[in-house]
Design a protein around this ligand. Sequence first.
Ligand SMILES: Cc1cc2nc3c(=O)[nH]c(=O)nc-3n(C[C@H](O)[C@H](O)[C@H](O)COP(=O)(O)OP(=O)(O)OC[C@H]3O[C@@H](n4cnc5c(N)ncnc54)[C@H](O)[C@@H]3O)c2cc1C
Length: 302
Amino acid sequence: MIDVTSVVRYAKAEHITCLCDEPLAPYTTFKIGGRAAVLVKPASEGQIAGLLRVCHAEGLPFYLIGNGSNLLISDDGIDGVVILLGHDFSQITLLDGHTLCCQAGASLSSVCRFALLHGLTGLEFAWGIPGSIGGAAYMNAGAYGGEMKDVMISCTHLDERGEAGSLSGDALELSYRHSAYSDRKDCITTVTLSLKEGEPAAIRARMDELMARRKAKQPLEFPSAGSTFRRPKGNYAAALIEQCGLKGVSVGDAMVSEKHSGFLVNTGHATCADMLALIRHVQKTVAEQTGYHLECEVRILP
Ligand SMILES: Cc1cc2nc3c(=O)[nH]c(=O)nc-3n(C[C@H](O)[C@H](O)[C@H](O)COP(=O)(O)OP(=O)(O)OC[C@H]3O[C@@H](n4cnc5c(N)ncnc54)[C@H](O)[C@@H]3O)c2cc1C
């Protein structure tokens, strides 16, 4: 086990919530994962920078998590510092009539509600994606024909040494489930969105419509991380998995959803090992039967 004394000391001095040997499963939508050596919940950019500086100075590995809705965490947990950006770092500010600046821990649902409240349209696609705005920016989350790329104009971040920076426009390198941050270790601290004036009733109606489609199509009754695999070029992961007869196939309590075969779900007490074995089984079967390689969309930690 790594020695996290320096992080604990810093967190105490700064009044940052700091939990040693903390189980991580409750922080993920899969409800899977072992313990973190230490989990911290910073509430300001200064605190995040301070934690990154301590990790850098002490050579401690750190891992960023938002709402844990795209994560599969090892059964052995994370022998490192887990920095959670969530409720404690979630302010949303209206900069001008249509520009929002969101701290990275704000949930997409709260940003969507904020936009609705201010009669701003453009973010309806994100209603029902259970992530934080930082996690959504990190992977250019999208659904129903919309994506973060359509509304996100810039992000601020802190690098591994705690130094501040920002990316905007093309430098964000937004493409299918990818941003410049997907290839970096930076911590996104704020996300700025540009929305348009809209009619609240129409915005609400679109949000309701998309939520109804999610409820009809997705196995929301089971813990999952959404679509487990990326969409392969020219096809759909769910269609390929179904075509290979994999619906309902399971390893332990990890199962290919009967309702939506793109979702691997935890039907009870699935372990990370179960889920990984099922992922590999699906990948192998689909590759053998169709020639398509399904790449994992879910991030596996550590
Ligand atoms: C039921 C369900 C439905 C879903 N539907 C969709 C959908 O329609 N479209 C879609 O795109 N996704 C969907 N997802 C997946 C998931 O919600 C998104 O990928 C979301 O953007 C992840 O955000 P998060 O805060 O949960 O990130 P986490 O899962 O906590 O982290 C994911 C990755 O982002 C990194 N990260 C998180 N926050 C930061 C930060 N502030 N700075 C730097 N890196 C960071 C983490 O290090 C990790 O590598 C779904 C998931 C579920 C469970």
